[in-house]
Design a protein around this ligand. Sequence first.
Ligand SMILES: Cc1cc2nc3c(=O)[nH]c(=O)nc-3n(C[C@H](O)[C@H](O)[C@H](O)COP(=O)(O)OP(=O)(O)OC[C@H]3O[C@@H](n4cnc5c(N)ncnc54)[C@H](O)[C@@H]3O)c2cc1C
Length: 325
Amino acid sequence: MSDVLVFVEYAEGKPAKAGLQALGAGSRLAAELGGKAVALVINGDGAGLGPKGASRVLAVNGDAVKAYSPDGYARIAVDQAKAINAGAVLASATPMGKDFMARAAAKAGCGLAADCTELKLEGGKPVAIRPVYAGKALIAVQAAGTLWATLRQNAFAEATAGADVAPEAVKAPFAAGDLLAVVREIVEGVRGRLDVAEAEVVVSGGRGLKDPAGEGKQNWQNLEKLAETIGAAVGASRAVVDAGWRPHGDQVGQTGKTVSPKLYIACGISGAIQHLAGMSGSKVIVAINKDENAPIFKVADYGIVGTVEEVVPALTEAFHRALHG
Ligand SMILES: Cc1cc2nc3c(=O)[nH]c(=O)nc-3n(C[C@H](O)[C@H](O)[C@H](O)COP(=O)(O)OP(=O)(O)OC[C@H]3O[C@@H](n4cnc5c(N)ncnc54)[C@H](O)[C@@H]3O)c2cc1C
């Protein structure tokens, strides 16, 4: 029997969706292990996490943790993992989770299973499944001691049941001035835009949409309209980002973001291996490409052979009729 420590990330005073997904995954793993899911919240009140799967909530607040610090968060995670003798320590593979969990695992003398898409038990021990070689293969990771893992966003469901628990206040094991580095400011990109890594639906554009400052202007407007109609985030291939047509934050793929939405619509994207590495975990993939031999069709659940000029507005119109009458 062992407990699972789950870091639940907060954003703007509320638990982030990715944090709740990690807690859902942790609560299911803890149940299989016969232990408890213990939520670790830093700079957040920890309220309402019981019904999201936590059996205990540890909340660290105060001046020492007001600003995010990879060093500070790692120290807290290591201390709390030790205090509860955790069989596994989980966090979401958000930029913050990726940043401090590697450091924390190293401090604890363990490896890190990064960006996992499944958790299970084998021989009574937790095992994490993670894609490798740009998503071409999966490996199962089992730790000799505690399993430290980050979980891919949208690959795990939130928990929907659990009793209320009162958060327990935990003191940070350092003072504000003791840390090696703290984040002083976060400069946001375009405010209000849905992030591709978090969205449940993503519509991505590739080089086939052409230059938005020239002949592709209408294509990109059509893509934005499709995204707006179905509540999707707009993503892009690297070719598009390298050309300066979209910001780097939109890039999907090996050197961009990894996405696992319910629906991924690839428009004018060839389907290079580096692009597939970032989106092949999507639940349903739709590809629109004028070349019937484009590699993207090999991973697509639905393929439309046609031009984006023709297909994207027709699809938007059909979605509009179906969703908004
Ligand atoms: C180390 C490394 C890392 C990389 N990381 C990434 C990454 O993170 N993400 C990523 O995306 N790429 C990445 N790449 C680049 C990758 O190899 C491809 O070059 C890139 O994905 C191609 O982008 P694309 O599909 O938009 O463009 P193209 O390959 O040029 O494909 C354009 C597609 O549009 C179609 N098309 C053209 N006109 C139309 C039209 N009117 N209507 C419909 N279809 C049309 C064409 O048939 C074609 O299939 C990486 C490469 C390397 C070497």
